[in-house]
Design a protein around this ligand. Structure first.
Ligand code: SER
Length: 601
């Protein structure tokens, strides 16, 4: 379909499924409930509890437009089809309809004149050929034929092609039937089919028949209580292939951003040109950053977890702006293009535009400064080198560690001079550094406790420390899971706690937080401590930043049902010892971070 825009496709998706009596579910946060993955990577992810049996409050027939973020291909972004951030259109049956309706509706949406109006000759499908105790999916093949698809356009493939499960290998899963679009390229061989990657066939939609479950890693398949359908269609890809575009960046959602970049750089976006990569990286990464910052659980740039990915996205966009000869400060204009484009569908971006732009600008200027310092050092390093020489891995690591100068940038600039960078040496220096931080991490918490003198003071500090855990748990309960610790400092007189939060806490929020802590104190539960490995700690729901920071053993402190957190101690013996918890002050600490000072009376 020519002239299909992403806006039109989103609207059609909503109209079609509404007509089929499905209820729209709001796109979930990019930060999943389940802490085993950093980001929401598929439309079905927020639905896992319902696919495994929990009743959904909106019923058994659902659809959504889900913002997703996948960073495994981050280095590939810049070609004509990779993205980190994209929208997945999905529809679900939770124990309601199964193969027949799912396939017939897919066919109708794709081929009917009222909807995408794709000529049926342009489509092919794949189905599961059977194996591992699951029969060949003749049912799906037969339904496709009944729809009007030629038999020779139905391909049977094994598990590696026609089975879908989550990246972790755990959770609901099942055989799928995938729908492919013929781009019109000539066949690569007599046997050219949708499973080859010659580019003739592009997958546009996946229907997964989820009736199985894998409960733990490596466990055998079990049957789910109900037969579900889970489908996913990548919006950017569909818009691009149906229009016959050469790149997924030729899309209405990127149009304003690309126009601005062309004006600022004086260069033209042409996917075959060497500058295309910089255009695409800026478009993809700034759009991703806008959605991460504007999310209901906002991520802010930092050196760990999701914050680190955001930092990386912004920094890569800054490098690309430099490549195009654009002042990186202009990236906030590019961010505004996306905020404007999505303001109807994702009003939160519009409402939070000041926060988004301020955070972005702060990070850009921090990085700009780092680059300046790093560039001076880099030039000093290469002064004595000539073409064909090698930059020592440790030197590259120092540029990275001390100056915040990205390794890729060192590599890129060196390449321009015909100099090679010792990547292996860099990686070695990097892992040595990680090992050192791990060794220090046992002492991590002690950084938060001021040096104390008397035994009496030590007891006071331990109590305030336990109160800090309760406060952390309370904030996450009242403000949201994203309200993670950003800093802690304890003296015998008071605690001071910094946490991620995009707003000043309201008096109601503050009193809820204070009440939560005082209830935990009143409950007088025992404070227990257990040594375990980080994975077990994580699975048990303990709070902590799981990024290999902790080494093999961690200590988890538990206070009844109130708090569970990885920590090096010291703590009180029971919550009842703490007395009365009083918040003295709530203020801003830095952008996106709030600070609470509190005492125990
Ligand atoms: N879960 C499947 C996918 O992500 C279909 O939604 O492709």
């Amino acid at each position: 379909m020519k002239d299909l825009t992403s806006k039109k496709l989103m609207k059609m998706w909503c109209d079609f499924w509404t007509e089929k009596n499905h209820k729209q579910i709001k796109g979930a946060s990019l930060i999943p409930q389940d802490h085993t993955v950093l980001f929401t990577t598929a439309g079905m992810q927020p639905l896992v509890p319902y696919l495994t049996g929990k009743p959904h409050p909106q019923g058994t027939k659902l659809f959504s437009i889900q913002p997703c973020l996948r960073t495994n291909d981050i280095e590939e972004v810049g070609d004509n089809r990779h993205h980190t951030f994209f929208f997945m259109l999905g529809n679900w049956s939770l124990g309601d309809y199964f193969k027949e309706d799912a396939i017939k509706w897919s066919w109708e949406f794709l081929t009917s004149e009222k909807w995408l109006n794709i000529p049926k000759e342009k489509l092919a499908v794949t189905v599961y050929e059977g194996g591992e105790g699951i029969p060949r999916d003749e049912t799906s093949a037969k339904i496709w034929e009944e729809c009007g698809l030629d038999k020779n356009k139905i391909f049977f493939f094994p598990k590696k092609d026609n089975w879908w499960e989550m990246g972790s290998g755990i959770g609901p899963c099942g055989p799928d039937t995938e729908i492919f679009y013929d781009t019109g390229k000539p066949s690569c061989s007599k046997n050219c089919n949708p499973s080859c990657d010659c580019g003739k066939w592009v997958e546009i939609w996946n229907n997964v028949f989820m009736e199985f479950n894998i409960e733990t890693a490596g466990a055998p398949l079990t049957k789910l209580p109900k037969q579900n359908v889970d489908t996913g269609m990548g919006m950017e890809r569909v818009v691009s292939v149906l229009n016959g575009y050469k790149s997924t960046y030729q899309n209405d959602c990127f149009e304003d951003a690309i126009n601005q970049l062309e004006k600022l750089s004086g260069k033209k976006f042409d996917f075959e040109n060497k500058d295309a990569k910089s255009f695409a990286v800026i478009c993809d990464h700034i759009r991703a950053s806008v959605f991460l910052l504007g999310d209901e659980k906002p991520t802010t740039p930092s050196n760990v977890g999701q914050g680190y990915i955001l930092r990386r996205l912004i920094r890569r966009a800054v490098n690309s702006a430099r490549n195009l000869g654009i002042d990186a400060k202009c990236l906030s204009n590019i961010a505004m293009c996306f905020i404007n484009f999505y303001k109807e569908e994702f009003n939160n971006l519009w409402v939070k535009q000041n926060f988004i732009i301020t955070e972005l600008e702060t990070e850009i200027s921090k990085f700009d400064k780092a680059i300046e310092g790093g560039l001076k050092e880099f030039n000093r390093v290469i002064k004595t080198l000539k073409q064909g020489d090698i930059i020592d891995g440790r030197v590259a690591f120092r540029l990275f560690d001390t100056f915040g100068f990205p390794f890729e940038l060192t590599e890129e600039l060196a390449k321009e001079k015909g100099i090679i960078v010792d990547k292996l040496g860099f990686e070695e220096a990097f892992s040595e550094h990680q090992q050192k931080s791990r060794d220090n991490s046992g002492a991590m918490f002690r950084g938060g406790v001021a040096e104390t003198q008397s035994d009496e003071d030590k007891i006071k500090v331990a109590r305030l420390h336990s109160a800090t855990h309760l406060l952390h748990a309370a904030l996450r309960k009242v403000v949201g899971d994203y309200a993670e610790q950003r800093g802690s400092n304890i003296t015998p007189e008071r605690l001071r706690f910094d946490f991620a939060c995009d707003h000043k806490l309201t008096p109601e929020e503050l009193s809820k937080v204070q009440d939560f802590v005082n209830e935990a104190i009143k409950a007088d539960v025992e404070i227990t401590c257990e040594e375990t490995d980080p994975q077990t700690a994580k699975n048990s729901g303990a709070i902590g930043i799981f990024d290999n920071k902790y080494g093999d053993k961690v200590t988890v402190y538990t206070m009844g049902n109130f708090s569970k957190e990885i920590c090096g101690g010291p703590h009180a013996k029971r919550t009842g010892e703490l007395g009365k918890f009083v918040i003295q002050k709530e203020e801003s600490s830095s952008s996106g971070v709030r600070r609470i000072k509190a005492t125990l009376e």
